[in-house]
Design a protein around this ligand. Sequence first.
Ligand code: PBG
Length: 329
Amino acid sequence: MQYPFTRKRRLRSSQAIRNLSAENHLTVNDLIWPVFVLDGFNRTEKIDSMPGVQRMSVDVLLEKLVPLHEKGLNAIALFPVIDSQFKTDDAAEAWNTEGLVQRSVKTIKSSLPELMVITDVALDPYTSHGQDGIINEQGEILNDVTIKALVMQAKSHAKAGADVVAPSDMMDGRVGAIREALENNKLYNTAILSYAAKYASSFYGPFRDAVGSAANLGKSSKETYQMNPANALEAIDEIAMDIDEGADMVMVKPGMPYLDIISMAKSHFNVPVCAYHVSGEYAMLQSAIDNGYLAEKPAIMEALMCFKRAGTDAILTYYADRVTEWLSE
Ligand code: PBG
């Protein structure tokens, strides 16, 4: 590889040759759009910490989904905004067969049966304390009690027609328990996308505003169940356990500050590795764009390409709607 016989710049000299020699490509098939659903009809709400993202009632969401699905968007991830009157210590609203998520899944699947609907399995939108699990009097998160609730929640999502259930709670053993319940209920084709390596990150702040769990959580943290950002090798164990218990796909979360974990996951395991470009990452990027410090489309497309380069199979990103439009132009 000696200059001048090798000139690396040759393959960068025109757009055509750059296209041909690109190692990675971003397509609409890589995108999963996370959406915040509200109860009611014809409702939208702005989210202050996520400029450009809205909470929507399911009719408004459907209006947006129809053209996006025509342009190739394959998948959405549903996150409910639960009215405070339905939040309790035991999170029972989470498995209400007529709850917001369950109704939304039915509505979306009956209009767009080919669109993949992923639901979040965790109790935080439903608990009065904002934790993902059930707590005792000391405020400790009770792993095995929580699993029972998560199983009921996952089953109710699958019965409503969710294609994929995505446990994001980080309790130990929940994937196995959910898989067993799905099998026992003949829900053989419901896939499990496990948030296997989910870190206790400050980048989830805007999401907690969006779903309205921030005030419930107050000053408490999720550090006794979500992973320590200092750890990488531990992610291998977390992912291996979830695959062993029956996860079909795994997730790393957050995304851009954790590309090393994505890359490691992809090299160790053969299941699809998804990554979550989380709310705080969206807020950082969008604030810089809104201030004119970064160019919108190039900055977003580069960020998503970097996920692909790290080995990500599918990216949950609040930019999925915009990017679907751009890719179809
Ligand atoms: C909760 C959940 C969170 C996110 C997805 N599911 C927040 C949390 O763990 O506190 C974060 C997503 C984002 O920040 O965009 N189970």
